[in-house]
Design a binder for this molecule. Structure first.
Ligand SMILES: [Mg+2]
Length: 243
């Protein structure tokens, strides 16, 4: 068994433990087919730019529960279609059902359950910290067996803040009775997971690069956690070099 000095590991959910991007790509295609007949020729790129621009500006409102998922989706579609038309209730419901299908479609990355079992059998506490509405994120965790496979799941809606806010990391660590410096964060977002975790005082961070997660095999991840201090130094060099 790898000798780990870490007391807890916090995992991001989407595109770290589960393959969110593949499911979202299917949603993108299905929603595009619904929208296309309502737009003039050649307008799809501008529609998606408006759609994703709204997402980037307002996701924290829905991720912290200040706006309901239904209201958020309706507003986003209305904003994206504004130059051309008003969405009918039927179109809005059909586009929303594409998004619901994403949560129902996501699957675990290969080897994830083995990693979680290995960590817990080594005496390491395991948490999930995820940005998103609690109904959707907890629903995915329950369906995929993650809720029972970890010690705590913290959503941004539970905390009222989104990663990279330190409150999300600290809430999870308080539940695990663990000090930040005794914990490692593992995630695919450089800003939200890696830098957010380091700014929150976590001892180290492991960056999972999209679209594949080859480190998520039990020996691979355990090995990386055992040597993560050296990796952390490398990450800090990257940060300094880029700033
Ligand atoms: Mg992620």
């Amino acid at each position: 068994m790898t000798d780990l000095s870490w007391k807890a590991v916090l995992f991001d959910l989407d595109d770290t433990l589960i393959d969110y991007s593949s499911a979202a790509a299917v949603e993108h295609e299905s929603a595009g087919r619904l929208i296309q007949p309502h737009l003039p020729t050649g307008a799809m790129p501008e529609f998606w730019k408006r759609f994703h621009g709204h997402l980037a500006r307002h996701h924290a409102e829905v991720d912290t529960g200040r706006v309901t998922v239904d209201d958020y989706r309706e507003r986003r579609l209305r904003h994206a279609l504004k130059p051309w038309c008003e969405p009918s209730p039927e179109l809005a419901a059909a586009v929303a059902s594409c998004a619901d299908a994403t949560a129902a479609r996501v699957e675990l990355h290969q080897g994830v359950m083995g990693v979680l079992r290995s960590l817990r059998s080594a005496g390491v506490l395991v948490g999930i910290i995820t940005n998103g509405p609690e109904g959707i994120q907890n629903g995915k965790c329950a369906r995929l067996g993650l809720t029972a496979a970890v010690d705590t799941v913290v959503t941004s809606q539970d905390v009222g803040r989104t990663k990279p806010d330190a409150a999300v990391f600290h809430t999870a660590l308080e539940r695990l009775h663990t000090l930040p410096r005794q914990a490692v964060v593992v995630g695919d977002s450089w800003e939200n997971d890696v830098m957010g975790g380091l700014r929150a005082g976590l001892g180290a961070a492991v960056h999972i690069r999209r679209p594949n997660t080859p480190v998520l095999t039990a020996p691979g991840l355990l090995g990386r956690l055992a040597h993560v201090d050296r990796e952390l130094l490398g990450m800090l060099e990257v940060r300094h070099g880029g700033s």
